[in-house]
Design a protein around this ligand. Sequence first.
Ligand code: SF4
Ligand code: SF4
Length: 199
Amino acid sequence: MHKKTITINNEKDYKKLLRRLWLYKRYRFTEFKLVNNIKEPNIDYLEKGLNIKKRKERITYVFDTCCFLLDDFYHGENICGFKDGKCIVQRELKNGKCNGCCRVCLYVTDKGCPSKNVACKLFNCDAVKEKYKTMDYKDLKLLKLLSIKNQLLIRSDYFTLREEALGDQFTYTGTAACIRMIYRLIRNYIKRKRKEKNK
Ligand code: SF4
Ligand code: SF4
């Protein structure tokens, strides 16, 4: 395999690398060595991602690593202020609802989300944003290793288990992904209504 070394000595080099990722991610037969002299952790993740050449493997790596980076950013802090199953907004509204934003999701359990999902992890309402410095999709430089279609999808695939979200990512066209998402939304809506009826 051809080898390519890129040295990042300053912010300018880093920005240049980010600008060229759209090109580097297409190098199928090149092993990248990113010399990270500015101690920017994103660079190490980018190097690993660029060196995964199989499509599904790279998508899975980006997805799982973004989930990890989002969890790591908040250090397990309860930013939604959950107490007795109610988030800060639900407690303020005193509307008797629980499970925060997940309350309308088919998959939510008493212990929270049984899976992981980048879109859900990226979402924060204004109440949270006012109190905490939150992470935005722009902070996840790894997402640049995905196609434009997958970058859009990964930010909007709410109420979806990891395996389903990855299935959406693996599709080759936006139309196929949209059909999967719409089918799942309708199917889960019906299942949730049935579940509520049988309670
Ligand atoms: S994002 Fe806001 S509304 Fe959603 S669970 Fe957190 S505090 Fe509640
Ligand atoms: S998939 Fe999303 S909405 Fe559903 S339980 Fe998990 S975090 Fe909540």
